[in-house]
Unconditional design. Structure first.
Length: 238
């Protein structure tokens, strides 16, 4: 879901029409890739996706994956009240799946939100970049940063698009010290929409750094799940 003002202002059903089934198709492709290697992982789910495709989220859990929360509508979170509103709008999703993990859009969050996460039953957050040892606990919520290497946010799906299979060299370097690598991919990096409404040509002209996000990374995902041991985020709490 793009964080453009024009998109965020749309009503849920307008967004669904624009999605045209893509979120479901791309997620099913990810599930198929993971099933081939019996890999289990964590899906950070936007609440509106559950409203649009409830059977899809149920399949994710049925396949043995962890379901975590990624706000109700990929919401910006400028203050505590915006987080509470997002959680309340996804109350049905939270009550049904009882997620214990949270990730904010654009990996942009702060400790001031942790008491709210604790109140709603969350046990960990992953809304920052950093080295694995920089994790911390605040108000009984643990922060697991998405991996960074020399302050470069190498755990972002951007770098899988940029480096492809060669990202494995970074993973191996960190794994040598018995350090877990925390990374993510977006569903739209696995299966490109047939008629995308974002990014526009004018956006790409002014934001050329976005191009690696346009690369189809399905082959890289297949390569990485075969080469590395991958597990759900919740396992880090053990």
């Amino acid at each position: 879901m793009p964080n453009t003002p024009e998109f965020l202002q749309l009503k849920s059903q307008q967004k669904k029409r624009l999605d045209n089934g893509h979120a479901e198709k791309s997620t099913l492709k990810i599930l198929d890739i993971l099933q081939k290697t019996k890999t289990k992982t964590t899906f950070f789910i936007v609440g509106q996706i559950y409203q649009w495709y409830p059977k899809l989220v149920e399949k994710i859990t049925r396949d043995g994956h962890e379901v975590a929360f990624h706000t109700h509508a990929h919401d910006p979170l400028p203050d505590e009240s915006s987080l509470i509103r997002s959680l309340e709008l996804s109350k049905e999703f939270i009550q049904k799946f009882k997620p214990i993990g949270f990730r904010a859009p654009r990996i942009n969050f702060g400790k001031k939100y942790f008491p709210i996460l604790k109140k709603y039953g969350f046990k960990y957050d992953s809304s920052s970049y950093g080295e694995f040892y920089s994790q911390f606990v605040y108000k009984k919520v643990k922060e697991f940063p998405v991996s960074a290497w020399k302050k470069i946010p190498i755990g972002s799906g951007y770098f899988i698009g940029l480096l492809g299979n060669h990202i494995d060299k970074v993973y191996q370097r960190l794994n040598r010290s018995n350090t877990p690598f925390i990374s993510f991919l977006h569903n739209w990096q696995i299966l490109s929409p047939l008629k995308p409404t974002f990014p526009t040509r004018s956006y790409l002209i002014t934001h050329p750094h976005y191009f690696p996000y346009l690369k189809n990374t399905s082959k890289s995902l297949e390569y990485l799940v075969k080469k590395f041991s991958i597990s759900p985020m919740k396992n880090l709490l053990q």
